[in-house]
Design a protein around this ligand. Structure first.
Ligand SMILES: Cc1cc2nc3c(=O)[nH]c(=O)nc-3n(C[C@H](O)[C@H](O)[C@H](O)COP(=O)(O)OP(=O)(O)OC[C@H]3O[C@@H](n4cnc5c(N)ncnc54)[C@H](O)[C@@H]3O)c2cc1C
Length: 624
């Protein structure tokens, strides 16, 4: 349904194209009126067409860097000025310049108009109508302007164009005003002292206190006395509001590093605030390696454990499956220790805990001896990938693939143990590849077949990779382009079918999507709140540029994942609440009973956590 914001956005687009349609249709008689011969005006028209192409190409470079409101308003002002110049009886050179500027801005504005329409209407109706509004404006502009022409005086045409440009900007202003009433969205990286935001900028909080306790004693005091709800943050790389609190956010950044290790058993006891990057080097230094890793090494180990963070591999479990011992400070501020030998059930209950089963202070991880991996990457048609899914995913120690939207191609990544000498890891190409995909999206979102052809030719040039490196130099990549993400963990065998549906949905309805979709496998485990609980898993992750609203895409994809029995990644976008989650986790009630014992006063329960668990949020004052 078209709402007031979407109508205002479409009218702004319509008026802008009226401006151009009017001038374009009457450029020749207008030139003649100023003494410019028809041949020269013809040349000006051709050059202006070239300027249009240049404008479209330039927009692909700047699109993500300029706010759409600023772009539409500025271009509107440029349109106004160039129209007034044309109305003022310019000399030949000025006429040339004005016509070229108009040509340049015509297509430069298009990506911003698309962004305007996407922002105006989550249901996508408005964005689908943008081309219609543009064409309608191009058609109506000359008709309306012709009514103003007086005999041989064509100057009312650029005057009408100037008025259309003004109307376009005013409608944008109206749009901004009417859209203001809607809930605000966070910009990434807010820096005010008690403002907190997650990695992507989608989740923000204004807690009364952000504190970094120096030891377990101080942590216990804070849990007991600080303004609730008390939530703990690792590296803030989750996409859901797990960390959000209006009371207290505790960071364990001071609780980091190695506590002790057992060289024979390949076990290491580490503090929970240790980031994975430093952890890798600590472990390598004592002859140990993490058996597997995800895409990045920025998370804190406590945070990675908190959401069942995982890598890929049919026989490789997520990080929590490495837990041998767990030390927490519980909701009453008391230090408690649990060991796999003797407390196996509790470890299974609290191993994946979303920061709600006490605050982890130290964990002992079962690692393996350091090792080397041979990593290979190659591209193949998605039809072949889906057909051979089970064989290809099972054939390697670790295998995953990315589907590149609108291309028909997948990039397969296989890692296997190797004992040959290391070879250089090729420079990272993911960010450059993403930039290309974004530019093609911006320029050709509405020409899917041309976009697909160009992506295919870019994908064909992806270099096949093949190198051998120590484990810590293989798994992690540097992710610079911010995104929001949803990942569902599905029964392994339904992965290809579900992915095919997600691809169809994306390519039919979400032309703005350009991030590759990631498909991985994870081994089953016994942890009660693990999305891999007793189930060989195929995980499918979809991503959306953090500069745009991800919710329409995520909302459309989620029912597909759910229809296939998916369990959401705890740290990635999903809309499930206790009533749905309970059905997905056979030991749900048992886990909740353990939680009650650990945090009887719900000190660690924010409103978001209360919704997830179907319980009351904790008191928000320190006096309880
Ligand atoms: C670029 C990027 C790439 C990613 N790649 C992957 C991937 O490959 N695989 C994957 O599975 N996920 C991936 N994720 C998701 C990410 O791994 C998880 O969301 C993870 O939980 C984030 O870790 P963090 O340290 O930032 O934790 P946060 O997001 O800060 O916290 C996550 C949860 O852990 C809790 N927590 C943190 N520390 C403690 C503690 N000491 N004690 C108790 N609870 C604690 C928090 O309260 C919260 O509930 C990625 C995310 C991003 C942004």
């Amino acid at each position: 349904m078209l709402t007031v914001p979407s109508l205002t956005a479409l009218l702004s687009v319509f008026c802008y194209f009226m401006f151009f349609g009017a001038v374009w249709a009457f450029l020749e008689p207008l030139g003649a009126q100023y003494g410019i011969d028809g041949r020269t005006v013809g040349l000006i028209v051709s050059a202006s067409l070239a300027a249009q192409v240049l404008g479209a190409m330039t927009a692909t470079v700047f699109e993500a860097r300029i706010d759409y409101r600023l772009a539409v308003a500025t271009i509107g002002v440029v349109a106004l000025v160039s129209s007034l110049v044309l109305a003022s009886g310019p000399d030949l050179t000025t006429f040339w310049v004005a016509a070229l500027v108009m040509g340049f801005i015509l297509l430069f504005i298009v990506p911003y108009q698309i962004r305007l329409a996407i922002t105006a209407d989550e249901t996508r109706t408005a964005v689908l109508l943008v081309p219609a509004a543009q064409l309608f404006g191009l058609a109506i502009g000359p008709i309306a302007a012709s009514l103003l022409i007086d005999g041989k005086d064509f100057r009312p045409v650029p005057e009408f164009a100037a008025a259309s440009a003004v109307a376009s900007v005013l409608l944008l202003g109206l749009f901004v005003l009417v859209a203001r009433g809607r809930p605000p969205r966070a910009g990434p990286g807010s820096a005010m002292s008690n403002n907190w935001s997650n990695w992507s900028g989608f989740v923000t909080a204004e807690p009364r206190l952000i504190a970094s306790p120096a030891d377990a004693g101080e942590l216990g005091d804070l849990i007991r006395t600080a303004l609730g709800p008390v939530r703990v943050v690792g590296a803030g790389h989750s996409f859901t509001p797990l960390v959000k609190s209006e009371g207290t956010i505790l960071s364990l950044e001071k609780l980091e590093g190695l506590v002790s290790h057992d060289a024979e058993k390949h076990q290491a006891r580490v503090r929970a605030g240790t980031r994975l990057g430093p952890l890798m080097h600590i472990l390598q230094g004592i002859g140990q390696g993490l058996p597997n890793m995800g895409d990045i090494d920025r998370q804190a180990i406590g945070g990675a454990l908190g959401t069942a963070t995982h890598g890929s591999g049919p026989k490789l479990g997520a990080y929590h499956t490495q837990l041998e011992t767990v030390q927490i400070v519980d909701g009453l501020g008391k230090l408690r220790d649990f060991k796999r030998a003797g407390d196996q059930e509790t470890i299974h209950a609290i191993g994946v805990a979303l920061g709600a089963f006490g605050v982890l202070t130290e964990v002992t991880l079962n690692n393996i001896a350091t090792y080397r991996l041979r990593r290979r990457k190659w591209v193949l048609p998605i039809t072949e990938m889906l057909r051979e899914f089970e064989t290809m995913m099972a054939a390697h120690r670790s295998a995953e693939f990315y589907y590149i939207p609108f291309s028909g191609y997948a990039q397969f990544i296989a890692s296997d143990l190797s004992d040959v000498a290391p070879t250089p890891r090729p420079p990272e190409a993911d960010e450059a590849g993403l930039r290309t995909l974004r530019r093609l999206r911006t320029a050709l979102a509405w020409l899917p077949s041309l976009r697909g052809r160009l992506i295919r030719s870019a994908v064909a040039k992806f270099p096949a990779e093949d190198y051998v490196q120590d484990w810590l130099n293989v798994y992690a990549s540097d992710r610079q382009t911010k995104f929001n993400e949803m990942e569902y963990h599905l029964p392994f065998e339904v992965g290809p079918k579900a992915l095919a549906e997600i691809i169809e949905l994306t390519e039919k309805h979400f032309p703005e999507v350009y991030f590759p979709m990631e498909v991985r496998t994870v081994a089953p485990d016994e942890f009660w709140l693990s999305p891999f609980y007793r189930r060989p898993t195929c995980s499918i992750a979809i991503h959306h540029d953090a500069a745009n609203d991800p919710l329409p895409f995520m909302r459309a994809a989620e029912p597909i994942f759910r229809r296939y029995g998916g369990r959401p990644h705890w740290g990635k976008m999903h809309s499930l609440k206790a009533v749905e989650l309970k059905k997905l986790y056979p030991r749900w009630d048992d886990a909740m009973a353990v939680r009650r014992d650990i945090d009887p006063q719900n000190r660690l329960v924010s409103p978001y956590m209360a919704g997830l668990f179907g319980i009351e949020p904790g008191p928000s004052g320190s006096e309880r």
